[in-house]
Design a protein around this ligand. Sequence first.
Ligand code: NDP
Length: 347
Amino acid sequence: MQVQRVVLNSRPGKDGTPVPENFRLEETTLAPELKDGEVLVRTLYLSVDPYMRCRMNEDTGAEYLTPWQLSECVDGGGVGVVESSRCTTCAEGDVVTSFNWPWQTHAVMAGSGLQKVDSQLVDGHLSYFLGAVGITGLTALLGIREKGYVTKGANQTMVISGAAGACGSIAGQIGRLDGCVRVVGICGSEDKCKALVEDLGFSAAINYRQEDVAARLKESCPAGIDVYFDNVGGAISDTVIAQMNNGGHVILCGQISQYNKDVPYPPPLSEETQENLRSKNITRERFMVLNYMSKVDAALFELSQWVKSAQIKVLETVVNGIENMGAAFCSMMKGGNIGKQIIKISA
Ligand code: NDP
């Protein structure tokens, strides 16, 4: 069978901005016969995620992430359907996902590396398994539950950076559902601000590209900031932390503003921000969703219930075609997405 795949064409360099030309589309042939334990899957949806920027480097800087190799097929989160199987745990027609799905239109994979999913959990919106009812929803939910210390009735204000992205858009809604009285998002466009307030029920939204973030935070968080869900790091986070209340909590989810720089993770903080954290007794522990896998099943069920009952609204930016994987990744890294960036590969 002839299939299309995406390979790594070149590396952007540790300090470089990724470009679509870092990826290359190729045709390849799949072996006609499956071996014992293998399945043939048709790819439905693929995910592009910020952590992939590290996988473009020769040295990812993280033990749990292997680098993508030049001229080899790129992989990441994917969802697809089993077309034929020589594996006892997968049958034709099963919907399956993996964190290591090749960027390929069809693939032969070991059945043992696939998770079967129940499409009823997402009312048939199978792309949600890569977002709201998948890793980004889990990151939002478990990040808040493990590091946010949100308490009903405590009159807390939560601020989210990267608020209109996959994690951020869900995190703000969970902050509200879990009991924060104000939820304020920071993001990069007017359209995103509008979506946060009008569609997702955020109390206010700040466009960091056009507005004075410090002034707008003062205005929209009159009682200060208790919980900060940090997706971006850098100057935005310094500004938020400067306005946090004593005993506040930073959920250190990600630092995307620093991913095209040759700095360790988490990137070092300025003296001033360190002093703010120290003097106000603010917690800021690193959060990694992969450390909470024992809580995943219950958390996915909770996310699924919220999505099905429309208590959580899901935003997605969907691009069609495997040939657009590289462009979709680069666009997401620069803010081209509202909600989860998804690439639809086949129907
Ligand atoms: P998003 O859907 O949020 O996409 C990335 C967004 O980041 C863009 O849309 C853009 O939005 C914003 N952005 C890009 N560059 C900058 C910048 N310089 N300053 C401010 N904002 C910027 O991606 P995800 O939801 O998948 O990931 C969000 C964060 O969560 C990332 O930092 C990621 O690494 C982290 N993460 C952490 C996990 C964990 O276990 N800790 C697991 C999964 C994700 P805008 O228009 O607003 O600029």
